[in-house]
Design a binder for this molecule. Structure first.
Ligand code: SF4
Length: 342
């Protein structure tokens, strides 16, 4: 409960032992069955679909993933289809989700699965962890949900729940160990998802909803929320984009493949320096756009008014019908959609 100051004895957490661990698991699983969000990747045991959802959900909210997940699966319905696609086609389908390195790794891993595992996602955690982009958490999530392996997962939500149950911070090793001890051996996939769901919807970072929490009888913290580090301060920047559109084509520029952010993606010509002349010349519209810790104010200039600095002569003309199959940045997609070009 938010603001509740009464602290339960840490002894309450130690009450989770061989005598009542079954009660603890049943309480969590019953709560999950009654309260879980109906999400498309929870309606399947297909390891490819679960893997895809886990990769998309890294650094992206559920609401931002849903439509991309549906479209991506339509475009690449299985590992073989993904492996045989070009990288540009994969990046195009990922466009708008950000953190494109995830898409590249997914694609590489699909190719390795076809080459070394006959196109079937490997059952063992060790084999899946050897694939690009699959770490301890993702391997355990897929193994437990798709294959019912008794391996616990720890993500940020599970970690928070476990620390609060314990009433103190745990080391990483202790956290994984506790997660494994608590795991239901008969329903590991559901149990892991229940822990994550509880952290995402009840044991919230700032205001845990302890009054409705099924784990309250075993929780040492019960609303006593550790002081959180302040969120990293957002930077603010301005950029100017040139939107040139004629004869069924748009001028686009390809980002360097050496960049750490959105490498190799296509975008409208842009600059962080304002164009010469009146700032109002050719100004069409201003957008707000956030990428990681930076909030951009994006000024879109149309026509030739931006001539004179950086923007005008760069890039190449790309036919509009080619754009949906190209890896374009989320900001460029947003601008072209608002303009009605795509
Ligand atoms: Fe509150 Fe439950 Fe989180 Fe404990 S686990 S802090 S009772 S929401």
């Amino acid at each position: 409960m938010a603001g509740k100051t009464q602290r339960a004895s840490p002894v309450s957490q130690r009450n989770i032992g061989p005598c009542n661990i079954g009660h603890f698991r049943r309480a969590l699983l019953a709560w999950y069955e009654a309260n879980r969000r109906d999400l498309p990747w929870r309606r399947t045991r297909d390891p490819y679909s679960i893997w895809l959802s886990e990769i998309m959900l890294q650094q992206t909210r559920v609401s931002g993933v849903l439509e991309h997940y549906r479209v991506f699966l339509e475009r690449f319905p299985n590992i073989t289809a993904l492996a045989s696609a070009s990288e540009d086609a994969v990046l195009a389908a990922w466009s708008g989700l950000g953190y494109y390195r995830r898409a590249r790794m997914l694609h590489q891993a699909a190719r390795e699965i076809v080459e070394h595992h006959g196109g079937r996602f490997p059952h063992s955690v060790e084999a899946s962890r050897a694939l690009p982009g699959i770490g301890r958490y993702t391997a355990a999530a897929i193994a437990s949900i798709a294959f019912q392996e008794s391996v616990a997962v720890v993500d940020g939500n599970v970690e928070r729940v476990l620390h609060r149950l314990e009433g103190r911070a745990l080391t990483s090793r202790q956290t994984w160990q506790r997660a494994q001890e608590f795991l239901s051996p008969s329903r590991p996939g559901d149990f892991n998802q229940a822990m994550m769901e509880l952290g995402a919807t009840v044991c919230l970072p700032r205001e845990p909803r302890c009054l409705i929490c099924p784990l309250r009888p075993w929780c040492a913290a019960q609303g006593e929320v550790a002081r959180r580090k302040p969120a990293p301060r957002q930077q603010r920047k301005q950029i100017w984009c040139a939107l040139e559109h004629r004869n069924g084509a748009v001028r686009l520029v390809r980002r360097s493949k050496k960049l750490s952010l959105m490498a190799g993606m296509w975008e409208l010509p842009q600059s962080t320096d304002p164009p010469r002349g009146s700032p109002h010349d050719g100004h069409w519209r201003t957008f707000r756009h956030s990428i990681t810790v930076t909030d951009y104010t994006v000024h879109v200039l149309r026509g030739q008014a931006h001539n004179g600095k950086v923007l005008a002569s760069r890039g190449k003309w790309v036919a509009i019908e080619e754009i949906p199959a190209m890896p374009i940045t989320g900001l460029t997609r947003k601008i072209l959609k608002v303009e009605g070009i795509i």
